[in-house]
Design a protein around this ligand. Structure first.
Ligand code: AMP
Ligand code: MG
Length: 330
């Protein structure tokens, strides 16, 4: 298939109106989208990704008005949108228009991306864009244009060239379809911020009724975010000592806040290829770099990726969730 790679939002909107599938960057990660009113096109996304058919897609809008035209927007939902949208928040709301994908569900996950170019494109499309993250199901989401091109050139109808994601992890997902509201997926907008609006917000770890795991969101039962390499999540002290011991092993990679004695010390242990070692200075920088680092490590055939635990600071919630999921998958 010939893929149109362009920054021209009109050309890419044209593809969507004709039933095409387009890969596009958002402030969180890359998405792979189709018109929310074209069921066939939306179903193609599942085929391309290998996504389980019962894991619904997020509908992306250019405005709050657009959301109101298809969903019941309660007072608190509107306040959350006014505070956090456009931005990395997804609300799951009761659906008003049954024709929007996925038709069989009574609820719809909605989000307004931050980049004005992406909103302009959605506006041009003339419909919301249903999109999951642009990656193969179960693998980490993509955050670099080079990776999006490598995976999707020749596979989708178009790739929209615009600013690359900078947050690096998927949106926070909040379920507002029943009381109490539920945090379905942690992200860059954290529960402390949400609780100012939703004091009874529930954080669903494992909800058990007679010992059974009942996922409050379909996506929660699936494996997510894991690179091919094994991921080891370690507290700071262990991370540093392991690095000093095993850093020389050329099949290991390292991402964290400190690597012990300064790297330019005259010790052979520290002279490792910088490509296998990513130094970050905040949880935010860590999130932003994480999936790209995973992707590079897989490209290089690394066997183990050692990750230092996030700092007890803002930005920990979503990052720790992704690191735990990646390390659980081993
Ligand atoms: P992705 O876009 O691949 O990052 O995944 C979207 C996430 O939103 C998944 O975890 C979905 O299960 C979740 N989601 C989408 N629509 C709904 C919905 N109607 N109800 C609950 N969760 C949803
Ligand atoms: Mg995803």
């Amino acid at each position: 298939m010939k893929t149109l790679i362009s920054s021209d939002v009109r050309l890419l909107a044209d593809l969507i109106r004709k039933g095409g599938v387009v890969v596009f960057p958002t402030e969180t990660v890359f998405g792979i989208g189709a018109s929310s009113f074209n069921e066939e096109a939306c179903k193609r996304i599942y085929k391309i990704k290998g996504r389980p058919s019962d894991n619904p897609l997020i509908a992306h809008f250019s405005s709050i008005e657009g959301i109101k035209s298809v969903c019941e927007v309660s007072e608190v939902a509107e306040r959350l949108l006014c505070e956090f949208a456009p931005g990395p928040i997804t609300l799951v709301l009761p659906k008003k228009n049954p024709n929007i994908f996925p038709k069989e569900m009574p609820t719809l996950a909605v989000r307004i991306p931050k980049n004005p170019v992406i909103r302009e494109w959605i506006e041009e499309c003339g419909s919301p864009i249903s999109a999951p993250s642009a990656n193969l199901s179960g693998r980490p989401s993509l955050t670099r244009m080079t990776d999006a091109l490598r995976y999707f050139d020749g596979i989708v109808d178009g790739i929209l060239v615009a600013e690359e994601p900078n947050l690096g992890i998927e949106s926070t997902v909040v379920g507002l379809y029943e009381d109490p509201p539920v945090l379905l997926r942690p992200g860059s907008i954290e529960s402390d911020q949400l609780k100012l609006f939703l004091p009874n917000l529930v954080l669903p770890n494992v909800i058990t009724k007679s010992g059974e795991f009942i996922p409050p969101s379909p996506g929660m039962k699936y494996k997510h975010y894991s690179p091919q390499a094994h991921v080891k999540l370690l507290p700071s002290e262990t991370f540093v000592s392991e690095f000093l011991q095993c850093g020389k092993d050329s099949k290991t990679a390292w991402i964290g806040f400190s690597f012990g004695p300064t790297v330019d010390d005259d010790k052979p242990t520290h002279k490792i290829d910088p490509i296998r070692m990513k130094l970050v200075s905040s949880n935010w920088e860590y999130s932003s770099a994480l999936y790209a680092f995973f992707e590079s490590c897989d490209q290089l055939g690394m066997e183990t990726i050692y990750c230092e635990e996030p700092r007890e600071k803002s930005g920990k919630e979503g990052l720790l969730n992704r690191l735990q999921k990646a390390s659980e998958a081993n």
